[in-house]
Ligand binder design. Structure first.
Ligand code: ADE
Ligand code: ZN
Length: 323
């Protein structure tokens, strides 16, 4: 069946990573920024492996250098979400790419993003530091997050190269964000092993983990996640496209779920991985036989783990027909 019209919740979506390559190429051409080498002959993003993916990702952001670019980007992201009936989403966005972590500039970018609107889609923001940019920049990012925490900025997170530094290097940044009332998530266990997930839980005190799939290699960690209800933001299509797992059949999402771990499903950086939320659902149906009840449960888990306020959750629950 097509899952396009089935209502969905998406918790792990990078705003910059959701930029359509044609949009980025158009902006770059207008501004005479030469990033032609990040696209293939069909206009898709071109990279091999995770490190090159990160370079291409960062190069694409060079074209997105004005608040109005982020307004257009957010508008197109909202339209894509609506097309796949994603009724609630949380987007990671990095002040590094929005005025270089300058608070005044960040406020302007943030205001522009919030001007985008599509009826029926609620979008919230998770300010995100980038691990390979180091702890000092992460601290500045956390300060931007803390100063703008509120109705739209609901969380703080970390993406980037998981093999750089330790989770503990970023404790201070996460403390700043927590003290400002922000909810916390961090990428871990995507490229790193189970220990990386343990370190992230212990040192950053997050309530959600981005990816977390390598937890499957440590039964104690699987039990711990199941007991504590720490939620995994799993991105199966991303993991297969980047080579974390050779195929969806070999991906541990079903095993984690069967072990009682709270899993959710997202797209991560959809145009980079040629995916959509509809495609993710279709693949999960095809490979693991998941159906309506499974997807309703995923939605419920995602909504419970969402970082928005409870009034918003109630409204979304009605849209998901879960109330
Ligand atoms: N930033 C965007 N996508 C990412 C991923 N899959 N892992 C780490 N950082 C990212
Ligand atoms: Zn991610």
């Amino acid at each position: 069946m097509s899952w396009k019209s089935f209502p969905k919740v998406e918790l792990h979506l990078h705003l910059e990573g959701a930029a359509d390559p044609a949009f980025v190429q158009g902006l770059a051409a207008e501004k005479s920024i030469d990033i032609r080498d990040i696209f293939d002959e069909n206009g898709a993003y071109k990279y091999e492996g995770f490190n090159e993916f990160l370079k291409v990702y960062e190069a694409a952001t060079l074209a997105l250098n004005r608040p109005e670019d982020f307004k257009r980007l957010t508008q197109s992201v909202l339209e894509n979400l609506a097309e796949h009936n994603v009724v609630y989403a949380e987007a990671f966005v990095s002040p590094d790419f929005c005025g270089g972590r300058d608070l005044g500039a960040w406020r302007e970018y943030l205001e522009a993003m919030q001007e985008a609107h599509v009826d029926g889609v609620t979008l919230k923001g998770i300010v995100t530091c980038i691990r390979h940019f180091g702890p000092d920049k992460a601290r500045e990012t956390a300060q931007c997050a803390a100063e703008t925490a509120g109705d739209w900025v609901v969380g703080f997170g970390m993406g980037g190269a998981e093999d750089i530094g330790t989770a503990g290097d970023f404790s201070y940044a996460f403390d700043v964000a927590r003290e400002a009332g922000l909810r916390l998530t961090s990428h871990a266990g995507e490229w790193g092993g189970a220990q990386s997930v343990w370190d992230t839980i212990n040192d950053l005190k997050v309530e959600r983990i981005g990816h977390g799939v390598h937890a499957i290699n440590d039964p104690k960690l699987v039990d711990y996640l199941a007991e504590t209800g720490i939620v995994l933001e799993v991105n199966p299509g991303s993991n297969v496209a980047l080579g974390v797992y050779p195929s969806l059949a070999e991906h541990p999402i079903a095993k984690l779920r069967e072990a009682g771990v709270k899993v959710t499903v997202s797209t991560d950086d959809p145009p980079f991985f040629h995916t959509t939320m509809t495609r993710e659902f279709e693949q999960l149906e095809q490979i693991f036989g998941w159906g309506v009840d499974d997807f309703k449960q995923l939605n419920q888990t995602a909504l419970e783990a969402a970082f928005c306020d409870s009034a918003t959750k109630k409204l979304i629950a009605k849209r998901l027909d879960m109330s």
